[in-house]
Design a protein around this ligand. Structure first.
Ligand SMILES: C[S@@+](CC[C@H](N)C(=O)[O-])C[C@H]1O[C@@H](n2cnc3c(N)ncnc32)[C@H](O)[C@@H]1O
Length: 261
């Protein structure tokens, strides 16, 4: 029997700076958009939650902090393909990402639930956002998800995310542990790490952590998700497989971790 031998290859120095990936477009290529474009192929009048998303994507307040439609579709597809039963979402904002997740859990048809951790505090005007919601965000989000027909798949945990996750750990464990944690809340290094360490004890082996906003240079210098992606295996002694999804600028980058130990 012959043994197949792999020819020696010159390995690149990793990681390459993102700018060196030639497929990576930059904002310099075109004017900065000021709103999301909802793709026509998702405009399905027969699907209540997609129609709700279409309405929300037309609201100035959801730009740019909510997931883009393309990134949302990717999140939706992951949840459809992984078929998790227990999902943790850290950072729901106006529930755009919640719709993408809960829509997938509903279609999966096996009773999956997304636990939403957010302070649901006031939304102020900011860069690229000339709109605000100073009060009533949690009620607004509940109304949206009810109208979308998704409310049965959603549980709300208002307050500081890491505190609330820690307080919910027994319940999450009783439900079988967390299969997917989508982290999109506090993007500072201490904040993002606190969220990860809060959910980690109840993250199932084989479970996933999806980090949004891994490009600090495009995300207001918030480098928590980037820090986790770069250091997780040093801190956890190799307990995670990881893959960076080098997305186009307005999708702000994602990192996917899978717990293997
Ligand atoms: C970038 S937005 C999330 C966007 C959302 N995932 C989407 O795609 O539609 C971040 C959210 O995290 C919340 N947040 C930030 N720090 C938090 C904390 N320490 N505890 C709870 N929520 C927090 C903010 O209020 C905001 O709603």
């Amino acid at each position: 029997m012959t043994t197949l031998q792999r020819p020696p290859v010159a390995l690149p120095k990793n990681p390459l700076p993102r700018q060196q990936y030639t497929f990576f477009p930059t904002f310099a290529d075109r004017p900065h958009p000021t709103r999301w474009e909802f793709p026509a192929y998702l405009d399905n009048p027969g699907c209540a939650w997609l129609q709700c998303l279409k309405e929300m994507y037309a609201m100035p307040i959801v730009f740019p902090a909510s997931l883009s439609p393309e990134a949302g579709l990717m999140l939706h597809s992951l949840i459809r393909n992984m078929r998790p039963r227990v999902v943790v979402e850290v950072g729901s904002f106006l529930s755009v990402s919640t719709h993408w997740i809960a829509g997938a859990l509903q279609a999966n048809g096996d009773g999956g639930v997304v636990h939403c951790f957010d302070d649901f505090g006031p939304v102020h005007k900011g860069p690229w956002r000339d709109a605000e919601m100073l009060e009533g965000r949690l009620d607004w989000v509940k109304d949206r998800l009810t109208k979308a027909g998704l409310i049965d798949h959603v549980r709300f945990h208002p307050g500081d995310s890491s505190t609330q996750i820690s307080a919910s750990r027994d319940d999450l464990a009783r439900d079988g542990g967390v299969d997917v944690a989508y982290l999109d809340g506090d993007h500072s290094v201490p904040g993002a790490c606190k969220d990860l360490w809060a959910v980690e004890p109840v993250l199932n082996t084989g479970g996933y952590v999806l980090l949004h906003d891994t490009y600090p240079e495009l995300c207001g210098s918030h480098d928590g998700p980037r820090h986790i992606l770069d250091t997780v295996n040093v801190i956890t002694r190799g307990c995670y497989e990881k893959c960076e999804l080098n997305l186009s600028p307005l999708n702000y980058g994602m990192g996917l971790l899978r717990r293997i130990g």
